[in-house]
Design a protein around this ligand. Structure first.
Ligand code: SF4
Length: 737
């Protein structure tokens, strides 16, 4: 920390999106002036991070964010009906006493499982402490986004490969990158700059996307598929690789189980048949398969595109078969099996994922219907298998331990199979970010007790009984990583919390002390808690924040020493875990009952994809930050130019997008870069400038794309329970009003 006459430079981890950039924040006499990236050396990596931060609208808005007039500064208690936006300022003492006593009352009357949590957003919440509080409280019910955000992918990787294979570590050795449903140009900018450099140096790029995204525009091969058919496409590519003998026979013979069964299964997916399903010409499928197999090492990266489709689990199986049969696993420049930091006490050491009894864990909502994902038993099996090779436990809190979220809302409403009476919402906004928000609304209204912890009064907060003001990332320290990569980042607070804002850690701890968890919370502050986690490195939090974190060397071909972290010690192309749960262990493509081939498509002929990133926003955040909103003032939907002509719509017109669930308004962006039968609409839109009172709730129903989507069983992947965001049928017409 440099000190220059009243000016301090603090090393902070930006919490405004999941990139978690290590940044500097200039503070003058306790006032935050700006966030920037200090190029410490003129390395290309440092230059790229510099470009990421300086071109980031959110990063430039920090002084607006910190003391924005809409920020929550004091605990608020609801004093009239939910949704009327009438609040009374109360002291922390009063709020926490009352919240603790209500939670205890509900636990004593209905069981701990009657209290659920929902958490997800960024803003550096240090969620492992929420997980600790929740586990010690004794409820297995956490609702959130993990099913559609890495969770299922990681479970599949762990079941097949016995390790996390997810974050693409492309480097000069990488000869080919396959990007599935991802556009790093808008989502992960550092990766985008890396990708462009490597592409210019000769790396092959294959992009699978219905849109001509920035990434697709520079690809060697763009497979412009019908949304939701990714699994079929990947099965077609595997068919070509196997039938043309392009696989790595030596690796397959020595390390893979189930290859013969895969060979048989993919005969059902010849390129010509796959072309009919996906709309991608068969020759392009062959070309892509050959390019990937011939240019080794290669990496497959799937991000959210695959997660949010009707065959999500099957898609992940195919995605992991590709690197396994081509010998691209855990080699330099290939798909790396991530290993943990060897000594740092990462989040898994804090979250207490093993304190609940098996009986209590089994009460998790969804564990009967989706036992591959919403199940602590599955997590413990994965942990046991992988601990042998990782040497350390798995961290659950950001990929496992999630109840089936749509079922949680239904349980709140129906009281079946048991009552859920209370919800604690932390840093997330389910009325905007989950499908079927009218059902979410119904559930939120039905609750006996709802506490929301956030930095702004969101539409979800408006339906709470208490709203607690959280410190934003500038007002608290943060440590992240180490669980699934041998490095972690450490950042200090730029300033202490302003007004009466509190760090989430302190909220959980203070509730914990009131609820009999005292012995588990010896650390009075987050810094103290972090000091304990750094003890094995003989470093304090303060020292580590100056260094920014710690990196251990990355190792390759770890399986040669330990085998793979699966029950068999091999890559299970047909995962035994799926088979034991009664599922076909082989991947297959199934046409979605609600999709393009369903009768619904006659009335709703366009395919809606949602979730494509607007680079200025992170999900539903920042709509009230003027400098950010000025860059992107309206919700946008991309529609093919020929289609707009056919529909009598011009660029910039307001349009209605409609499904049987309802209709929402968007501004039309005409483009030739999307298939004619597809529309891509942004998510997360609400209007903080609109009235807070019901029915508006800050315009939550106007352009909330999730209003159009359902989350019933037919909308969920039958294995994982993940819901579909990228293949719904809709219709579009010009809005006259
Ligand atoms: S908001 Fe910008 S600066 Fe902050 S982590 Fe994300 S990309 Fe980095």
């Amino acid at each position: 920390m440099a000190v220059l006459t009243g000016v301090e430079i603090k090393n902070v981890i930006c919490g405004l999106c999941s990139d978690h950039c290590r940044v500097q924040v200039e503070v003058n006499n306790g006032k935050v002036i700006r966030q920037f990236y200090e190029m410490k050396k003129s390395s290309k990596t440092s230059q790229k991070w510099h470009t990421v931060v300086t071109s980031c609208a959110r990063a430039r808005s920090v002084s607006e964010l910190l003391d924005h007039p809409d920020r929550l500064n004091y605990p608020l208690k609801r004093i009239s009906a939910r949704g009327e936006n009438k609040w009374q300022r109360v002291s922390w003492q009063e709020a926490l006493d009352d919240i603790a006593s209500k939670l205890a009352e509900i636990r004593d009357k209905y069981g701990a499982e009657a209290v659920a949590f929902t958490c997800d957003g960024e803003n550096n919440c240090a969620e492992e402490y929420r997980a600790r509080f929740q586990a010690l409280f004794g409820t297995p019910n956490l609702a959130g986004q993990a099913q559609i955000c890495y969770g299922v992918a990681l479970n599949v990787a762990l079941a097949m490969i016995g390790g996390v294979v997810h974050f693409p570590s492309i480097n000069q050795m990488t000869k080919c990158l396959v990007l599935i449903g991802a556009n790093p140009a808008t989502a992960t900018r550092f990766f985008w700059y890396q990708l462009q450099d490597l592409k210019n140096a000769g790396m092959k790029l294959i992009v699978i996307d219905p849109r001509v995204s920035e990434s697709a525009a520079i690809a060697d091969i763009h497979l412009q598929l019908r949304p939701g058919t990714d699994t079929a496409l990947l099965l077609g590519m595997i068919n070509v690789i196997i039938n043309e003998g392009l696989y790595d026979k030596e690796f397959v013979d020595k390390w893979c189980l189930g290859f013969d069964r895969v060979v048989q299964r993919v005969q059902e997916y010849p390129p010509e048949k796959v072309a009919e399903i996906t709309w991608v010409p068969s020759e392009k499928i062959r070309e892509a398969a050959r390019m990937y197999a011939a240019n080794k090492p290669g990496i497959v990266s799937h991000n959210m595109g695959l997660e949010q489709t009707p065959n999500a689990t099957r898609g992940f199986q195919t995605r992991y078969i590709l690197p396994a049969i081509t010998g691209n696993l855990d080699v330099p420049g290939g798909d790396l099996i991530m290993s943990p930091h060897p000594t740092y006490r990462f989040a898994g050491e804090v979250e207490c994922s093993d304190v609940m009894s098996p009986e209590q864990e089994a009460k998790m909502i969804g564990s009967q219907d989706y036992p591959f994902y919403s199940s602590w038993a599955t997590f413990h099996k994965l942990d046991e298998n992988t601990r042998r090779v990782r040497g350390r436990r798995l961290t659950a809190y950001w990929f496992a331990g999630y109840a089936h979220t749509p079922s949680v809302w239904r349980t709140i409403i129906s009281g079946k199979p048991y009552p859920i009476k209370a919800l604690i919402t932390e840093g997330t906004n389910p009325l905007l970010t989950l499908p079927n928000p009218k059902l979410v609304y119904q559930a939120l209204k039905k609750l006996d007790f709802h506490v929301a912890i956030d930095v702004f009064m969101t539409p979800t907060c408006l339906l709470a009984d208490y709203v607690l003001p959280a410190a934003c990332y500038l007002e608290k320290p943060f440590m992240v990583g180490g669980d699934y990569m041998p490095s972690f980042s450490v950042g200090e607070a730029a300033i202490p919390p302003m007004y009466e804002r509190k760090r989430e850690y302190n909220i959980w701890r203070e509730l914990a002390l009131r609820l009999g968890q005292k012995e588990h919370w010896p650390w009075e502050s987050l810094e103290e808690a972090y000091n304990w986690r750094l003890e094995p490195l003989a470093a304090t939090f303060e020292e580590m924040a100056k260094r920014g974190g710690d990196n251990s060397p990355v190792e390759f071909k770890k399986y040669e020493k330990t085998g793979f972290g699966t029950p068999s010690g091999k890559v299970e192309l047909t995962p035994s875990m799926l088979e034991e749960l009664g599922f076909d262990p082989l991947p297959s493509y199934t046409e979605w009952s609600q999709g393009w081939k369903s009768p619904l498509a006659r009335e709703y002929p366009l395919i809606l994809i949602t979730g494509a990133r607007n680079r200025h926003y992170y999900h539903s955040q920042a709509r009230q930050i003027k400098s950010v909103r000025d860059k992107s003032p309206y919700p946008l939907a991309q529609l093919n130019t020929d289609k707009t002509r056919e529909l009598g719509i011009n660029d910039g017109d307001w349009i209605w997008i409609e499904t049987p669930k309802g209709k929402v308004r968007f501004k039309c962006q005409c483009t030739s870069g999307i298939l004619p039968d597809v529309i891509s609409a942004e998510h997360g839109w609400w209007f903080p400038e609109d009235s807070a009172e019901e029915p508006s709730l800050h315009g939550v129903w106007k352009s909330n794309i999730n209003v159009l989507l359902d989350d019933g069983p037919e909308w969920c992947d039958p294995i994982s329970g993940a819901w579909v965001l990228r293949a719904a049928q809709c219709r579009v017409y010009k809005a006259q009003d």
